[in-house]
Structure formats: structure tokens, C-alpha cells
Design a protein around this ligand. Sequence first.
Ligand code: HEC
Ligand code: HEC
Ligand code: HEC
Length: 219
Amino acid sequence: MMRGLVILFSACAISASLLIACTPTPNSATRSAQYVVEGGVGEGKRWRDNRYFADEVKTETLATDGIHDPANDAINALQEPAEALSAFPLDRRGGVDWVKALDLGIIEPRADLKGESQMQVLDMDILFKDTGQMPWVKFPHIAHTKWLACSNCHPNIFIMKKGANSDIGMDGILAGEYCGRCHDKVAFALWTCERCHSVPHEGTPKRWMEFMGVRPDGK
Ligand code: HEC
Ligand code: HEC
Ligand code: HEC
């Protein structure tokens, strides 16, 4: 599946100049070209200069995670992460889908330590359309504000105005800015492109959603 993704990246880049109609601004057309992947997924090649492709999530054991001391007996008192995570719904890469876990009621995080207050939940989607051939990005406030306060993002990461953060792009995100302040760190990884790029448009190749394992009706 990820091999298909690699091909699509190249196709994006090669056709960028031919498909001006699909790329609303030259900005994303040229920048998309930088996301050509150099090698195959399984070969562990780098994407850009700082990230490795990882087509599936690997849950390390305590003894091999490089954090715990396997020689210390105390390790036996800890639950293995794979066991702790085994009952959660997974996303395409096998990472825990925390949004689904929350929706299904599998987890019920508290708004504060004592569980006295409520989250201020906001149901407002923001559509980012400067994505070239990639499906547009739908940013759902609701999935975020169920467990993040407005002040986690506004105003330090995002000015609270649609379109006001004009230089958002994958370069910044991969470098840990904007969405990348959390995604790939404490929130789902950037490799599940389709979770952000979830709104296909006219310029999106039909096969994109198939590559991503998403059904044509988007479900
Ligand atoms: C995870 C980050 C995040 C959190 C948390 C968050 N927002 Fe936002 N918000 C955004 C982003 C991203 C945009 C779009 C900015 C852009 O278009 O450049 C936005 C835009 C907005 C806008 C502008 C809408 C418009 O049409 O101009 C308002 C108003 C807003 N947010 C209110 C809130 C409120 C109120 C909360 C808390 C209940 C909240 N946001 C929590 C990320 C967040
Ligand atoms: C955490 C959310 C998120 C994920 C995951 C994500 N993107 Fe993006 N992507 C964005 C946002 C936001 C933009 C900016 C769109 C805009 O400014 O209108 C963007 C823009 C882009 C663009 C347009 C050029 C640019 O650099 O801005 C391309 C191409 C792109 N993404 C490819 C990908 C690919 C390929 C993946 C998966 C490997 C991916 N993205 C994963 C959020 C995401
Ligand atoms: C302050 C941290 C933070 C920032 C900044 C942030 N996110 Fe998130 N995002 C989260 C968390 C936490 C979740 C829920 C947990 C998870 O899915 O890993 C989430 C969930 C989502 C979801 C829901 C996915 C689903 O399957 O329903 C989307 C889409 C998303 N983020 C896109 C974005 C985009 C696009 C941006 C940038 C414009 C962004 N996020 C910025 C923390 C953040």
C-alpha cells in the first residue's frame, strides 16, 4: 500500500507543472515537488532529511525500547505496552485511533484533576485548500477541543482567524511547527496523511483514496 503512496508522490511532483488547474497556487505546486520520496518504504529510506518512512507502528517491548533497563527486576512489575494498547481501535498504520476510542467511550478523559469542570467543545471545521493534488485538509475543532483548551493553540500556534496563518505547509509541519507541534509527537503521526487530507477534490487522482484504503464514500 505504501509503495503506491510513493508512486503517487512522484506523480504529484512530475505533473505539478502540468496540472496548474488542480493546484490553486503555484506555491503548493512547487513545494509538493519536494515531497518526492527517494526510496522504498521497507528500505527505511529517509523522507526529506529528517524522517523515516514507517508503514506500520511498531510497539517496542519494555526490554528493547532503549528506555527501561532489562537487567533491573522492576521491569517485571510493568505492563507491556502491546498488552496495554491491545483493546483500542487502530488506524491504518496500526497506531491507536484515540479519536475513535473517545467516540466509542473506551476512554473518558477528565477536564481537570478532580473531574469537576467541562471541556469547552467547539464544533467548527476549517478547510485548508492549498494542498495541490492532495485532498484538502479538514481541521475539526471538535476532535481537538474534546481534550484541548483553546489556549493550547490560540494564539501562540494559530492566530484565531481563518486564513491568517498563511504559511502553514508540510515543510513547517514536518519541522514540528503548526500541526506538527502535536502530530507525530503526542497526536497521530504524519504518515496517515488521509486523516488530515480527508476531503478529495476535482484535482485529486481517483486512486489516491484507494491507496489510502479509504472507500469511495469516504467512510
Ligand atoms: C488544536 C488547535 C486548536 C484548538 C485547540 C482550537 N483551535 Fe481554533 N483554530 C485552529 C486552527 C488551525 C484554525 C484555522 C486557522 C487558519 O485558518 O489559519 C482555527 C480558527 C479558529 C477561529 C477562526 C474561525 C474563522 O472563521 O475565522 C476561531 C473563532 C477559533 N478557532 C476558535 C477557537 C475556540 C473558541 C477554541 C476553544 C474552544 C479553539 N478555537 C481551539 C486550531 C485550534
Ligand atoms: C496533521 C495533519 C496533516 C497530515 C497528517 C498531513 N498533512 Fe499535508 N498538509 C497539512 C496542512 C494543514 C497543509 C497546508 C494546507 C494549506 O495551507 O491550505 C498541508 C499541505 C500539504 C501539501 C501542499 C504543499 C505544502 O507543503 O503545503 C502537500 C503536498 C501535503 N500536505 C502532503 C502530505 C502528505 C503526502 C502527507 C502524508 C505523508 C501529509 N501531507 C500529511 C496537514 C497535514
Ligand atoms: C495542540 C496539539 C495539536 C495541534 C497543534 C493540532 N492537533 Fe490535531 N489532534 C491533536 C490531538 C490530541 C488529537 C486527538 C488524538 C489523536 O488523534 O492522536 C488530534 C486529532 C486530529 C484530527 C482527528 C482525526 C480523526 O481521525 O478524527 C485531525 C483531522 C487533526 N487532528 C488535524 C490537525 C491539523 C490539520 C492540525 C493543524 C492545522 C492539527 N491537527 C493541529 C492535537 C493537535
